[in-house]
Design a protein around this ligand. Structure first.
Ligand code: HEC
Length: 160
């Protein structure tokens, strides 16, 4: 009669394990790949975008490499972007919402890393240097009104 008892205990441990695991996943937030499913609604799963409507994310390493490029990319996800831009020879004058209140610093750093290494072509070989702490510093400056709009930041980058 020992066997069914052991089975019951094993089953209970498994259930407890699953509960602990799912709460850990929740506490740590979404991975970059998971966050990207939100972005891909507009920028597409390939990151190619839709000419004239949603700019491509496949050439973001070019922007990232510029002075101020890292801060610009963080700023777009935190506070959104609106106003006329040129990307790969095509004009855009749309509106992207801010994700600062729906994504954590870690999730924003993770989704940018995912885009820069996995979606971009060619992707960054050495990995992204954007950290959650970079995001948190910019988040704080935005909250204190010490930060420019994403559009102003982009205009200050010299475009390819
Ligand atoms: C509802 C549609 C939509 C969603 C969702 C969206 N974007 Fe955007 N995104 C846009 C539009 C539109 C623009 C261009 C805005 C403009 O014309 O000024 C843009 C611009 C950008 C740019 C600037 C590109 C450049 O060339 O400077 C980046 C970076 C970006 N998005 C990243 C993201 C990431 C990362 C996510 C997911 C967290 C995301 N977007 C989700 C619509 C969207």
């Amino acid at each position: 009669m020992a066997k069914p008892g052991i089975l019951r205990i094993t089953a209970r441990c498994a259930v407890a394990g699953i509960l602990v695991f799912s709460s850990l996943v929740k506490a740590e937030g979404q991975t970059g790949e998971q966050v990207f499913t939100t972005c891909s609604a507009c920028h597409l799963a390939t990151g190619a975008g839709i000419p004239g409507a949603f700019p491509p994310l496949t050439k973001l390493p070019d922007l990232y490499a510029k002075e101020g490029g890292k801060d610009y990319l963080i700023s777009v996800v935190l506070q959104g972007l609106s106003g006329p831009i040129q990307s790969q020879g095509t004009g855009y004058n749309g509106f992207m919402q801010a994700f600062g209140s729906s994504l954590t610093d870690t999730e924003i750093a993770a989704v940018l890393a995912y885009v820069l290494t996995e979606i971009a072509s060619p992707g960054l070989q050495q990995g992204s240097q954007i950290t959650a702490s970079d995001v948190s510093q910019i988040r704080e400056k935005i909250a204190n009104g010490q930060w420019k709009s994403s559009h102003e930041l982009r205009s200050a980058l010299t475009m390819p």
